[in-house]
Design a protein around this ligand. Sequence first.
Ligand code: HEM
Length: 174
Amino acid sequence: LFSDGRSSDGQVQRWMRGGSSLVLRRIRMTLDTWEQIDRTSRELSVGRTLDTGAPLTGTAEGDPADFEAVDEVGLPVIPPESHMARARQRNRGEAMLRRPYNYDDPPERGEISNSGLIFAAYMADPVRTYVPVQQRLAEQDALNTWTIPIGSAVFTLPPGAPEGGYVGQGLFEG
Ligand code: HEM
């Protein structure tokens, strides 16, 4: 997940070699309507069980998901429009490290709630990795019914400081 210093347009940025990019998004969740639907509907929207986090085709969180499995009437056990089916990594280039944080702020005037997710993901190249995943979710994701993106930013994280040096030093070297 560390950059080789090459951006998606093929340009080499030596100071970025060994660094990463951070995609940060504030995504509000309309939890009041999310809580109105029953547990099964919530699980079908995500593609995982709410208690163990296992895929709907498994029993433990780490079990691989079976997107081909169908139930007794022939419907997919993990719906193709579920968040998991849409977001899952389709190739090595889409590997990212996710570290989301929940927020629950006091509601503003007239609001019932003001909570959601600060979605944080680290990767070598956001254009190669993040954009295709986000495009799939924008096209279709059962969770979109309950999410409202508020803001989004991409940060560049330079590699660690060299011995005796400082973070970002490579930026000032020729
Ligand atoms: C409020 C917004 C979101 C919520 C509530 C949410 C929730 C979840 C949950 C519950 C899971 C399954 C458990 C886990 O693996 O962590 C998951 C998986 C995942 N999410 Fe999200 N997510 C949100 C936004 C996003 C966004 C914006 C992206 C990236 C574009 C994303 C990418 C992923 C990926 C890649 C997985 C792993 C899928 C797999 O199991 O292979 N999510 N998310």
